[in-house]
Design a binder for this molecule. Sequence first.
Ligand SMILES: Nc1ncnc2c1ncn2[C@@H]1O[C@H](COP(=O)(O)OP(=O)(O)OP(=O)(O)O)[C@@H](O)[C@H]1O
Length: 272
Amino acid sequence: MNSVVDFSLHSYRDDAAPEATARPHITVRGLSKSFGGAPVYSDFNLDFPKGRVTCVFGPNGCGKSTLINMIAGLIPYDDGDILFDGKTLQQTTIGYVFQNYREALFPWMRAIDNIKYPLVIKGMSKADCDARVEELIASFDVKFDLNRYPYEFSGGQQQLISIMRALAPHPEVLFLDEPFSALDYEMTLFIREKLQEIFHTTGVTMIVVSHDLEEAVYLADHVLLLTKRPTRVADTVRFDAPRPRDIATLSSAAFVQTKARCLDIFQREVRK
Ligand SMILES: Nc1ncnc2c1ncn2[C@@H]1O[C@H](COP(=O)(O)OP(=O)(O)OP(=O)(O)O)[C@@H](O)[C@H]1O
């Protein structure tokens, strides 16, 4: 069995103090997955820390999306166990934000009904659904009319609606698969700030797949670096700059060093 990568015990930078509070939230044990006989994961083990932002970074096609999709129950795995605080996925509330918001929202439902959807399928009363949506509107400071249909919104607005939908049921874990890749820069900055706020106010465990190293480090408490297939953990790098992070974070010595360290690991792995 591969050794388990335990974020709570790992010290990723020589000068980093151990994190006393980061205990495992998601435990992945002996995970195996092949597509057409070609293994992507084989006896893969990992712990994701609770109440932390983990950004997943690695070479193209190494299995970043496959990993979070298996954890989130969107695709099956061949073998292994995944638990959330010792519970199964069915006993856990999760939220998922897809890369392609245009396909993620139900086009036949008004934005407001998209947001309510996870509450409705949980059997929540209309009054409670309405109250939760009002809460989300206030916390996201939404000024546009949510009674319109998804196609009537800009890309950034649609992604914001997707995030509101994912957060509606108060998830214990929020998965985001390249949430910025289809957004323009202004909207990327806005959503980044919103994600930081969400994290600050809810302390939700967040797992973000990103192909942009700068973005991954900026958002992360831990950057999980994966290898080429069959995929292993190349390393995990901690970034403990204070939050909220802002434009000054990007030019801080800690940020530049952490990014350089990730890049070094990435290049070493990709060249193998
Ligand atoms: N449904 C599928 N059928 C066959 N192969 C698949 C399927 N889904 C993923 N794969 C393969 O599994 C590997 C991992 O795919 P995945 O999309 O998880 O990688 P990724 O790291 O997220 O990729 P990218 O960086 O390009 O977004 C790739 O080689 C991909 O071609």
